[in-house]
Every structure is written in C-alpha cells, then in structure tokens.
Design a protein around this ligand. Sequence first.
Ligand SMILES: [Zn+2]
Length: 283
Amino acid sequence: MIIDIHTHTFPDAIAAATVDKLQAAAHIHPFTNGTIAALSTSMRAAGIAYAVNLPVATSPRQVTQINDTAARINERTHETGVLSFGAMHPDFVDWYAELGRVAALGVRGIKLHPPYQGADFDDIRYLRILDRAGELGLVVLTHAGLDIGLPDADRVTPHMIRRAIAATKFAPLICAHMGGWRQWDAVEELLPDTGVYLDTSFSIGRVTPNGDGYPWTETALSLMQEAQFLRLVRTFGAARILFGTDSPWGGQSDAVERLRRLPLTESEQASIFGGNAARLLGL
Ligand SMILES: [Zn+2]
C-alpha cells in the first residue's frame, strides 16, 4: 500500500487561483489544480491508496477554520483517499485548547510551517505546541530547511530541530524534504540520533520549471544526489523514512517510479512507501 504523507489541496473555490499564485511566485510547475478531486485522480493514476493533506495556517485567524475543514475532509476519506492533518500557528492564543479539539475531532496530526509563520522552530511558541501534541498523540509534520518560495527564511535548520527535540517530550515528528531542504549535509550530521522521521518530498529528482522564462540554473534545478539519499536511508533506517511528493509541486507517478528504481531492498521500499505511515497514522 502506498501512502503519500505530504500533499497540498485547497478549498475548491480558491484552489485554481491559489495554485496559480504559488506557481508564479516559485516558477515551478503544478501537477494538479489543487482540488481534492484532482489529487484523487492523480493518486489513482499513481497507485497511491492514501494521501495526507497538509494545510498551512499563515495567520492565526485561519487556524480554527482549517481544522474544521480537515475534519470535514476526513469524513470522505473512504471515497477520496485523502486524509487531512490540521494546522497550528505559533501566535494562536488558544493553542492549548485548540490542539485538544483537533485530537477530539479525530484528526491525526498537524502541519507547521515556520518560514510562513514567522518564528524559528526552537521558539518557545513551537516547543509548547510540540509538547501538547505529544501529550495528545498527534503526529507533527513540519516544513524543514529552506523553502523554494521564501528563500531567505531560514527558520527550521537541523540545529533548531535538534534543540527542539531536546527541549520537548516530543510527539512523532516528521521533518519534510528529507529533514531540511538544501541543508542535507547538516541533516546527516545532526539528526540521525534524534528519532525524527524524514519525508522524501521535493528531495530527489529535479525541480520542474513552469516554463515562464525564469532563468533557472542547473544547480537550482537539481535536488539531492541519489547517493546522499541512499546514505540517509541507511543512516536513519528505512523505518524512519516516509514517501511524500509535495503534490501539486511534485508529480505523484514520477515520484513513485523514481523511488521504485532506487537500489533499495523490497522491505525497505515497503516501509518507505507506506508501512511506516500506516503505523504512524493508525491505518
Ligand atoms: Zn509541502
């Protein structure tokens, strides 16, 4: 069973406009129009059974509504295959009660995105969220490393993740983009003994430009070297690596094929493709 732990969708009314705005800002090709229906179609084509939708609260005002929407999306998982996490923002005043409500709604985890939320990952406002999530058994997935849409915001470094883990009784923590987008040497050095999980989204393969004429360089288009990816799998252990695509920013079929072609054992592939996520999400 294949589970994509890292995807994005948007409410139908704003999906197309939101994806259009984001692709124009980052100059990358979107592989769906951002709706749940389009993600489901893409999943069926790629042989993916479940995809986790990761909403980002870019302001504290959005938190409650995002979490209500997540619960509504989860009422239809049996039809769509899409399961949504909730969100939290470091400046949401009622964070303690809201995280309790997220858990009570049956939502399995939350997404954090420090570059878009204006705080460092080892800030006390995130540490208290991590502690509370741990208490409630919520999985936390955070953006990690640099963000292609906000290249100057360096708010989730492997150092910060290490400090945050040391300071909290942490919930299962998944660090996106193999632990730190474009900070992979530091991930190898600083995170193996922390117990964090890594997702594979936007790490191997290449960036797909949107063809708007932006002067991409070869260095900017190429992502992690395959040798480093394999080294990370072996160093962390396949049990701590989760398949993710960042759809619509990565193509799901391409990502499945790419991982299948890597020289990993059958049992390593099974863990990464879905075994680990099924265990974490209780599927
Ligand atoms: Zn993402």
